[in-house]
Write a protein that binds this ligand. Structure first.
Ligand SMILES: NC(=O)c1ccc[n+]([C@@H]2O[C@H](COP(=O)([O-])OP(=O)(O)OC[C@H]3O[C@@H](n4cnc5c(N)ncnc54)[C@H](OP(=O)(O)O)[C@@H]3O)[C@@H](O)[C@H]2O)c1
Length: 212
């Protein structure tokens, strides 16, 4: 079954299909889209598209499938995986709307994880750094701007290993990215200062970044 998750009725149609399944032990909220660029140059349609797909759709899907996940959780354990982004840990310029949706989904997961303590539903949030997928083909920022990409296979290997180890907060960013993530916690203004000299180059590299 294939659904456009931004369309009315899509979540209900998925719920109808799943209602005949005796076990629902995994929901991965992976579908996502991006449009980079200055906020004031972003169309309202693109704003809505990112919020609809990256935030509203996973919340509605989770809400609808939660009774089934709880049921399987009690019987044998179940897993909810939300794919956030490293951008939820370090907000990047020219990605303000995408960052808002990815921070939103990570806080959604954190709240829900606590709400579901003792239910057998394992809630995990994944924070991938730049990963070599179709989403990144229209963006040219490279390692020199802090956007070195990891191969998809490596990210998936790390993700599976982390789930098998029972982790909840799964950061698949490369080691080179950890320093700025840590700095953003201890001294966010130092991150602003570090990014400032590369702003113009970054804007140029991401101006066509679009997967909508
Ligand atoms: N690549 C990165 O660097 C990176 C970094 C951090 C986080 N992420 C996140 O990782 C997730 C996967 O991204 P990706 O890199 O694999 O992107 P991608 O190559 O563009 O794939 C996007 C996925 O979302 C699905 N999708 C897009 N629009 C949809 C819609 N309206 N309804 C239902 N499904 C839809 C696509 O389905 P179809 O194939 O059927 O079109 C595809 O499976 C996203 O949440 C993204 O934000 C990616």
């Amino acid at each position: 079954m294939v659904e456009d998750l931004t369309q009315p009725g899509a979540v209900e149609r998925i719920a109808d299909l799943v209602s005949s399944w005796s076990i629902v032990d995994l929901l991965v909220n992976n579908a996502g889209n991006v449009r980079a660029g200055r906020l004031e140059l972003t169309s309202d349609a693109d704003v809505h598209s990112m919020i609809d797909l990256n935030l509203t759709a996973p919340i509605l899907l989770t809400k609808t499938l939660l009774p089934a996940l709880r049921h399987s959780g009690k019987e044998r354990g179940s897993i909810l995986v939300n794919i956030s982004s490293g951008i939820a840990l370090v907000g990047m310029p020219f990605y303000s709307i995408y960052a808002a949706t990815k921070s939103g989904i990570s806080q959604f997961g954190e709240s829900l994880r606590r709400e579901l303590i003792g239910t057998g539903v394992h809630v995990a949030t994944v924070y991938p750094g730049a990963t070599d997928t179709a989403m990144m083909t229209s963006q040219t920022a490279g390692a020199e701007l802090g956007w070195g990409r990891r191969p998809l296979e490596d990210v998936i290997t790390d993700l599976i290993a982390a789930l098998e180890a029972g982790e909840h907060e799964i950061n698949t960013a490369p080691e080179s990215r950890r320093e700025i993530q840590q700095l953003n916690i201890t001294d966010p203004m130092a991150v602003d200062a570090a990014l400032a000299p590369g702003l113009e180059a970054l804007e140029l590299a991401v101006r066509d970044h679009r997967s909508i």
